[in-house]
Design a protein around this ligand. Structure first.
Ligand code: COA
Ligand code: AMP
Length: 632
């Protein structure tokens, strides 16, 4: 049996032993006596009687065990042309101090804190300060609009918001304060306090009595120690797109997160403590939580916080510069970043300017990795390129080539094999396992391993109904795919209306809700069409109310800005057309999959149940005008 198979089998047959062993690799204030309690499945509880602190594991442990002067964080910001490093001691001291500042504002164990910040060290400091106190952080991505922030405020009911004066995109300054003020106006839950970090690029006006300058908050504060929490206490809430406009607040526990992320650093990523690990993502996404902040710090690595883009800051050699300048061993990013680089520098000529001799492995995730991109990266970089598959809900990867256990052959188009801890199966619509090579729903047999989500914030019924009700005894991933005869998994498509735009997860249903809110719109559909750079892009098709005689160009422009205002620029919603009919089945179900095939100019068959086949002609014409529905 291969090393991978033996690890996989052990995790499957003796999960308690397997994960108790992993639990010994982290620091506990009280070591758990039991690995897993499944009495109330699917609300499973890992290391239930253990007590732990995530910030201690990320910082204090290393300061006390020989890494005090090692760099913990390298902030590299081509967008502001600046860099800053913090050692483990410096980061621990700053975090302890800021934890004192938020504690003085009344934040304690179990309180929620929203962090709405750009990619600056203060964002990581704020996250770890919450963890230090046992407070529950909820980071909101900077590319979301005020309305999305307001929804998250009302759902998580924070005691405090930590923000900054601005984010910096290549083409503009993103003023956070007006977005924050507007979100706080929209939200019903009134947050008493905001701490605002003023960046050099912009000084934001503060509201007296509510807002405090970051430096003023620190000036009065005293450093505080880590507060041990129960293993099952929430570490954070991270909102992600579901099938409706109401995002899902994924809740992650503390003990499970520390154990699984620490385990993944050596077993999946094959990195050693002391090495430099770089996840080129955003702290607003799960990749940022797990692999910019927690994973590398739990493992005693140096993590890189990169405030820039793969291209244009200043060129398509930016990633190679960062790897070479900071001796990065492992890079994790989304395929879209590599597609962007490949588009600008197809020959990889900029690579020649940099010494990448320290660089060992590239990991890709967040969306399906097209074989072209994978092969280009392999060829140009000459290192292992590993596609791996995971989700906000799981917090770490379901499938990967586990580089620290045993490197298996790379198969293009597949994120390799299930990671130990994930008993993955492909099920048909009756919940029966299918044979090798047959497409079905990808589902994980319960229990899920530690570090996966334990609930949806304030919505336990939705947790059960959205993920555990279709297939009894399984977690439904929402992805469809197949497992081949060698055990390699192929993730093909979502089974719901979630789309993936530049590695960002979006709900077409949420965009539809925004379009439907326009006074002239009677009905609408949003589909994800294939895009060479971003993987998918959302396209809107709308039917106007009878009697509306305004120009459809004007209405389309209003719809585009409406989505930008309600959801945010990250939705990348730029294409919308007016149609007279939308194709539906006789029972009234919108034929989105057929429209998507037409948009992508791929093979499709006339659905037998279609109510009015003429609607497809109308939709095809509209899609052609938007630049879709024809082979390029
Ligand atoms: N704050 C505010 N606005 C943001 C933002 C942020 N943190 N991040 C993105 N935006 C804005 C962009 O400025 C852009 O606005 P625009 O319409 O005014 O141009 C819009 O959101 C879309 O952004 P993005 O999807 O990032 O597209 P882009 O054209 O700016 O860049 C890539 C394209 C491929 C370079 C970029 O998507 C990228 O680096 N992707 C990496 C993927 C990634 O990190 N995924 C996370 C999961 S691993
Ligand atoms: P998110 O929760 O934002 O991380 O998005 C998770 C979704 O992204 C998954 O459910 C998949 O649809 C998709 N995804 C992530 N990684 C991969 C991958 N390696 N291959 C295919 N799809 C992926």
């Amino acid at each position: 049996m291969s090393q991978y198979q033996s690890a996989f089998e052990r995790a499957k047959t003796s999960p308690a032993d397997f994960w108790m062993e992993a639990a010994q690799q982290v620091h506990w204030d009280h070591f758990p006596t039991q690995a897993l309690n499944t009495d109330n499945s699917p609300f499973n509880r890992w290391f239930e009687d253990g007590e732990i602190n995530a910030c201690f594991n990320a910082l204090d442990y290393h300061v006390e065990n020989g890494r005090a002067d090692q760099q913990a964080l390298i902030y590299d910001s081509p967008i502001t042309n600046s860099q800053r490093t913090l050692t483990y001691r410096e980061l621990r001291d700053t975090v302890a101090h800021f934890a004192g500042a938020i504690s003085a504002e009344g934040v304690g164990k179990g309180d929620r804190v929203i962090i709405y910040m750009p990619m600056i060290p203060e964002a990581i400091i704020a996250v770890l300060a919450c963890a230090r106190l046992g407070a529950v952080h909820s980071v909101v991505f900077g590319g979301f609009a005020a309305n999305e922030l307001a929804v998250r405020i009302d759902d998580s009911k924070p005691a405090l918001i930590v923000s900054a004066s601005c984010g910096i995109e290549p083409n503009r300054l993103v003023e956070y304060k007006p977005l924050l003020d507007s979100a706080m106006d929209i939200a019903e839950h009134k947050v008493p306090r905001c701490i605002v970090y003023q960046r050099d690029a912009l000084q934001a006006p503060l509201i007296e009595g509510r807002d405090i300058d970051w430096n003023d908050a620190l000036a009065q504060a005293k450093p505080v120690d880590c507060v041990p929490v129960k293993s099952t206490d929430p570490l954070y809430i991270l909102y992600t797109s579901g099938t409706t406009g109401q995002p899902k607040g994924v809740v992650r526990d503390t003990g499970g997160s520390v154990v699984s992320l620490k385990w993944s650093m050596s077993n999946i990523y094959g990195v050693e403590p002391g090495e430099v690990y770089w996840a080129a993502s955003d702290i607003g996404w799960v990749v940022g939580h797990s692999y910019i902040i927690y994973g590398p710090l739990f493992h005693g690595c140096t993590t890189v916080l990169y405030e820039g883009k793969p291209v244009g800051t200043p060129d398509a050699g930016a990633f190679w510069r960062v790897i070479s300048e900071h001796n990065v061993s492992v890079l994790f990013t989304a395929p879209t970043a590599f597609r962007a680089i490949k588009k600008v520098d197809p020959d990889g000529s900029l690579l020649k300017q940099y010494d990448l001799s320290h660089f060992r492995t590239l990991f890709l995730a967040g969306e399906r990795c097209d074989p072209d991109t994978l092969e280009w990266a392999q060829q140009k970089l000459g290192v292992d390129v590993i596609d791996h598959w995971w989700q906000t809900e799981t917090g770490w990867s379901i499938c990967s080539n586990c580089m620290g256990i045993e490197k298996l052959p790379v198969v293009s188009g597949s994120p390799s094999v299930p990671v130990p801890g994930y008993d993955l199966e492909v099920l048909d619509e009756n919940g029966q396992p299918v044979s090798a090579g047959t497409i079905g729903a990808l589902a994980v047999k319960l229990p899920l391993p530690p570090g996966t989500f334990i609930n949806l914030w304030g919505a336990p019924e939705r947790f059960e109904s959205a993920y555990f009700s279709t297939f009894k005894g399984y977690y439904e991933t929402g992805d469809a795919g197949y497992i081949d005869e060698n055990g390699y998994v192929f993730v093909m498509a979502r089974t719901d209306d979630v789309i993936n735009v530049a590695g960002h997860r979006l709900s077409t249903g949420a965009i539809e809700e925004v379009l439907a809110g326009h006074p002239d719109v009677a009905e609408c559909a949003v589909l994800g069409a294939a895009d060479d750079l971003k993987g998918q892009l959302p396209i809107g098709l709308v039917i106007l109310n009878d009697g509306v005689d305004r120009s459809s160009d004007d209405i389309s422009a209003e719809l585009v800005s409406r989505v930008r205002e309600h959801i945010g620029p990250v939705a990348a919603f730029k294409s919308v057309a007016v149609v007279s009919k939308l194709p539906k089945t006789r029972s009234g179900k919108m034929l989105r999959a057929t429209m998507r095939s037409i948009a992508d100019a791929s093979e499709w068959q006339m659905p037998a149940t279609i109510e009015d086949a003429g609607a497809l002609d109308d939709v095809t014409d509209a899609l052609k005008k938007l630049g879709y529905a024809s082979k390029s």
